[in-house]
Design a protein around this ligand. Structure first.
Ligand code: GN1
Ligand code: MG
Length: 381
């Protein structure tokens, strides 16, 4: 089947290996190796787009092509030759996607990227350096895209990080209780109810224009950055499906939520769930080392709060999916989404204890990187 897809794309050589990759909980991914005429091997990443989540795959690819083309131009402009950009492979008729019609008469969409060689990605934050470079990669991504024409960008998933809307939807679905699961999750619902006001802090400022819309990645996990195998520096930001207009706060907060948590989202022993402050510092410094000169103070002052908001949002999403009968996130067992929601709630509790500390640290780091950039600019003049 995948072979049939591969034939539709502009790929040279002979297919010698095909493997399914276990990463992400939305799209299905395969790695294909092709032997070239000169004997060398070239790898490609094939992804089946989850059209339940991304209902308009052509819009999604339009965003990805626009952003990657722009990134490449910016990198040439600033003389960056060490980092790489995701490369879309076109079909034989010049499209960024192909589809096949499956047995149940629905279209399955596939796209292909060139595999990024000499790279490694981590599913867990192994150490501070990796986390620093993850923050730096996403900071650099936002920095290079800060002049991207926002009107060219499609909203591929409507209200993706609109936390108050996510909250409202959860409350609506609780009333509906389609699977009769609400009774089991009363404690979790109360926890979320008590934080209704927190949900709207970022969205209110965005709507009022206090903070700007920027190009955001919207899935700033450690495994969405390919690292250079030899130098340890970041190589490229991947998984651009959710690139959309948004606030940098969603990206920063989600970056800390996912890279600085002591355990994975699947950990059931809630005593183990917390934010590792050293990893928090590493990500913050990496991010601000790139973005500090370009941020508005209103954004910086909400950075610590954004960690709580995005974690609460994911708790809401997991709990909502559990209540609805697990229609969105892939699950391995019946209560998987409930366990994930509990894990994120435990993380919110820990974040709340550390909020003031994190806020102070962010402000210090921001001042440090802003000043060092001023000095660099003066020296250059
Ligand atoms: C989903 O599939 P993956 O791991 O790239 C989700 C993110 C969540 C994440 C939680 C489009 O991302 O928003 O933070 O799971 N992506 C989408 O693990 O919903
Ligand atoms: Mg993703």
């Amino acid at each position: 089947m995948i072979e049939q897809i591969l034939e539709k794309f502009n790929i040279e050589g002979e297919l010698i290996d095909l493997k399914k990759k276990n990463s992400g909980i939305i799209n299905k991914t395969y790695v294909a190796t092709f032997k070239q005429k000169d004997g060398s091997e070239k790898k490609y990443l094939i992804q089946k787009i989850n059209t339940k989540v991304f209902t308009e795959p052509y819009k999604l690819m339009k965003n990805i092509e626009g952003v990657t083309t722009y990134l490449k131009k910016q990198m040439i402009k600033v003389g960056d030759t060490t980092h790489r950009v995701l490369e879309v492979v076109k079909t034989k008729d010049g499209k960024s996607l192909c589809y096949i019609t499956n047995d149940s008469d629905t279209r399955e969409y596939y796209r292909i990227y060139e595999y990024i060689d000499d790279s490694i990605s981590y599913d867990q934050s192994v150490n501070k350096d990796i986390v620093f470079n993850t923050g730096k990669a996403f900071g650099n991504f936002q920095k290079l895209l800060r002049g991207y024409p926002m009107n060219k960008l499609e909203e591929t998933i409507k209200d993706f990080h609109n936390t108050p809307e996510r909250y409202k939807k959860l409350m609506d679905d609780i009333k509906f209780d389609s699977e009769g699961r609400v009774i089991e999750v009363a404690k979790e619902i109360v926890f979320i109810l008590m934080r209704e006001d927190v949900c709207s802090l970022i969205m209110d400022d965005l709507k009022e224009g206090e903070i700007p819309l920027r190009v955001t990645h919207n899935d700033t996990k450690v495994n969405n950055v390919m690292m250079n195998k030899d130098t340890g520096d970041f190589l490229a930001v991947i998984d651009l499906d959710t690139v959309m207009p948004g606030s940098m706060l969603f990206d920063y907060g989600d970056g800390i939520r996912s890279t600085a948590s002591t355990v994975s989202e699947d950990e059931k022993n809630l005593k183990k769930v917390s934010i590792d402050l050293d990893l928090f510092k590493a990500y913050t410094n990496g991010y601000l080392s790139e973005m500090a000169p370009y941020l508005k103070y209103e954004e910086v002052s909400l950075m610590a709060e954004s960690i709580r908001i995005i974690t609460l949002e994911l708790a809401i999403r997991f709990l909502n999916d559990y209540i609805n009968g697990d229609t969105y996130f892939k699950i391995d067992y019946d209560t998987h989404n409930l366990d994930r929601a509990r894990n994120q709630i435990a993380l919110v509790k820990d974040i709340e204890k550390k909020l003031d500390y994190m806020n102070n640290y962010i402000l210090q780091s921001y001042e440090k990187y802003r000043k060092s950039n001023e000095i660099k600019k003066r020296i250059l003049i």
